[in-house]
Design a protein around this ligand. Structure first.
Ligand code: FES
Ligand SMILES: [Fe+2]
Length: 433
């Protein structure tokens, strides 16, 4: 069963020892920065040269903190795009189902595996007087779902099958009173839904070049192994922005800093994307490995365990596919995929859904490695959570009206260009975006 934890577990205060280690890292970074001089000029500002349409200016703070923008995003963003709600693994057999509360769309969604093998999504709303139909987060039903208010019953395909005291209704047409379907499609084992009755794009059109990029990779051998749902006190865009850069990697915290050691950095000790690609609204960034890195201690032990061979889509060491607006699919060498979904709850609250996918372990050593990798990444994410919340508090104070991005934060610009494209035509607050 997936393991679930809460935010308070992840956001425990840092120990003095950890803070001391971060100070040491910053000292090292400062030494690198000032000791080695300026990086080669040709390496600087390369993404702005390659993507001049993304601009170089500061971005406004208001869309992160304004309730008016949060309202506009419901219709202009989230009800106009395909949203990933889970994996086929979540509904493996006929009758298995899960419920997804999507606050930003004001909807409860039921995803169910039909007796005909088709996975469908419906509004989780009874056709009688609109009671919530299914209350369990997930489960397995024996062929029918029954409403807990007056007992109307539906089959696995959403058709109305039973009406209590039916002859006492004045008129009722069962064939028109099934559950209300949502557009549903799958890609690479991911289940997507769309809130428009007739989506303006198919899922394939929506994913665009992303499908070609991952076409050769079968992700079916990877299974959900661990899961965290973390509620953050931050706007969802603060959280997704932090997935669109690793400028923060050497500095944010000691666990982040340890990851920096395995990555290729420039002369100043700063990370650099080895790849940055745009696929319509979606993007990929990747990083190369540090050729001088020599694993020691636990890393040496863990690295010695043979990993189930899997052909994963790694352009280099660490690949992040960011699907607009709220999803990340990331790959690490050694057969690990992790996915993030960021779900806005309010302008200042977001649920960060974190899922770790691994091949089925074949022996105890592989199981230990998976737990180790999960724990290692969890600790890094605890630093991220604190970072998101701290940034949001600063933005919400309105101390600043705009913020600044360097060239390695270019992917944030790409995300905001897509956001702006979909939001365009909406009323700007105070005449500003
Ligand atoms: S609301 Fe569901 S049976 Fe009445
Ligand atoms: Fe991070």
């Amino acid at each position: 069963m997936p393991e679930r934890n809460r935010a308070d577990v992840l956001t425990a205060p840092r120990s003095v020892a950890l803070l001391a280690r971060r100070d040491a890292m910053m000292a090292r970074h400062t030494a690198l920065t000032f000791g080695r001089g300026v990086a080669v000029a040709s390496e600087l500002k390369r993404w702005a040269t390659k993507y001049p349409d993304l601009g170089t200016g500061p971005l406004p703070v208001e869309p992160y903190i304004s309730p008016e923008y949060a309202e506009l995003e419901r219709e202009h963003i989230f009800r106009r795009v395909w949203l990933n709600v889970g994996r086929i693994d979540d509904v493996p057999t006929p009758g298995s189902y899960f419920v997804r509360e999507i606050a930003v769309c004001g909807a409860s969604v039921l995803v169910i595996h039909g007796s005909d093998g088709v996975i469908r999504a419906f509004h989780n709303v009874c056709s009688h007087r609109s009671n919530k139909l299914v209350w369990e987060e997930r489960g397995q039903c024996g062929g029918y779902l029954s409403c807990c208010f007056h007992g109307w019953t539906y089959d696995l395909e959403g058709k109305l099958r039973g009406v209590l005291d039916e002859d006492n209704f004045h008129e009722i047409a069962r064939e028109r009173l099934g559950l209300s379907p949502l557009a549903t499609d799958t890609w690479k084992g991911f289940i997507f839904v769309h809130f428009q009755h007739e989506p303006e794009e198919t899922l394939e059109e929506y994913l665009g070049g992303m499908t070609e990029e991952l076409a050769d990779h079968d992700l079916g051998a990877l299974h959900l192994t661990f899961r965290y749902d973390v509620e953050e006190r931050a706007n969802w865009k603060v959280a997704i922005d932090a997935q669109n850069e690793i400028y923060h990697l050497p500095i944010l915290g000691p666990v982040h800093g340890a990851f920096t050691d395995i990555l290729e950095t420039n002369e100043e000790g700063c990370t650099r994307f080895s790849h940055f690609k745009r696929f319509g609204r979606h993007t990929l960034w990747a990083t190369g490995g540090n050729p001088d890195y020599v694993p020691a201690g636990v890393e040496q032990l863990i690295g010695a365990v043979p990993i189930t061979p899997l052909e994963l889509p790694t352009n280099s060491l660490f690949d992040f596919y960011v699907l607009f607006p709220n999803m990340v699919i990331a790959f690490l060498p050694g057969g690990m995929m992790f996915t993030y979904n960021f779900w806005p709850q309010a302008v200042d609250r977001t649920v960060w859904e974190i899922r770790f996918h691994f091949p089925k372990p074949t022996d105890a050593a592989e199981l230990v490695v998976q737990h180790y990798r999960k724990t290692q990444l969890r600790d890094a994410l605890a630093e991220d959570i604190a970072g998101h919340q701290n940034v949001y508090a600063g933005l919400a104070s309105r101390a600043k009206s705009e913020f600044f991005l360097q060239d390695e934060e270019v992917q944030i610009r790409s995300f905001h260009a897509s956001w702006h494209e979909l939001m365009d035509g909406a009323v700007a607050v105070d005449g500003r975006w």
